[in-house]
Design a protein around this ligand. Structure first.
Ligand SMILES: [Zn+2]
Length: 247
């Protein structure tokens, strides 16, 4: 069995809008060992064209994705699991149950996607923390942001990768151990501390829910490359400013 190579199809971005709600610019990575194509999180609806072009760039299409691992039941991490006709979607049993128990309209929870995951009798595997989900990929408890959030540790790779989802959303949270937008601040801090120790012990890279990969350098959380995003707006013809870069 060969190692996985890990490709970001969309890199996360740690922005939020004061006027228009969450961006939902989450991390979406593909793991490929030549046999399986595993997505870690499924992203938000606006990512659909990015997923297609990202897969095409690697010589694949949506039908080639074999597995989708979901860290938690928020819209910007879940929405596109339906676009992979041959994939098994792996979802935390307790997280799914918790999401299903929330009233319709609870912020960040995509009601219809939750119902669809519950409804499907094939192609959905319910999992729990502490298990090896696929060879070399382990599900870890990372509660706080949501009550039953999962992180995934990829051991079968040139360097270990910890996919933290929103249990660690960005470089700031890994550095300070304090999480924005958590349902349980104390649990979040304990989780970030644990994942930080794992990172130190494995000398690996952590992929946060909304940032580029992070490493610990002399105990400091550092991005492996500069953060970057572009926002443009619709203009009439070629006039007007089209692109503004931030970050
Ligand atoms: Zn989230």
């Amino acid at each position: 069995m060969s190692d996985y190579t890990a490709h970001p199809l969309v890199e996360g971005f740690p922005g939020k809008s004061a006027s228009h709600g969450a961006f939902g610019w989450s991390s979406l990575w593909l793991l490929d060992d030549g046999e399986r194509r595993v997505l870690v999180d499924a992203g938000q609806p606006a990512y659909i064209p990015l997923i297609h072009t990202g897969l095409e760039r690697l010589g694949y299409n949506a039908a080639d994705v074999t597995d989708v691992l979901l860290t938690h039941m928020h819209w910007d991490h879940v929405a596109n699991f339906t676009m992979f006709p041959n994939a098994t979607t792996w979802v935390g049993e307790q997280e799914l149950r918790w999401a299903a128990d929330q009233p319709a309209g609870t912020k960040f929870i995509p009601d219809l996607h939750v119902q669809e995951l519950l409804r499907r009798t094939s192609g959905v595997e319910r999992i729990s923390a502490g298990r090896e989900i696929l060879p070399g990929i382990h599900a870890l408890d990372s509660a706080g942001h949501t009550p039953h959030h999962l992180a995934f540790l990829l051991e079968r790779a040139a360097e270990p990768l910890v996919f933290a989802g929103d249990s660690v959303k960005n470089v700031h949270e890994l550095q300070t151990l304090r999480a924005d937008s958590s349902l349980d601040d104390e649990a979040s801090t304990a989780t970030i501390d644990r994942l930080r120790s794992l990172l130190r012990d494995t000398s690996g890279t952590l992929v946060p829910g909304h940032d580029v990969g992070l490493r610990l350098v002399d105990g400091e959380a550092r991005r492996v490359r500069p953060q970057r995003a572009e926002i443009s707006y619709f203009v009439d013809g070629a006039t007007g400013e089209q692109d503004r870069s931030i970050g």
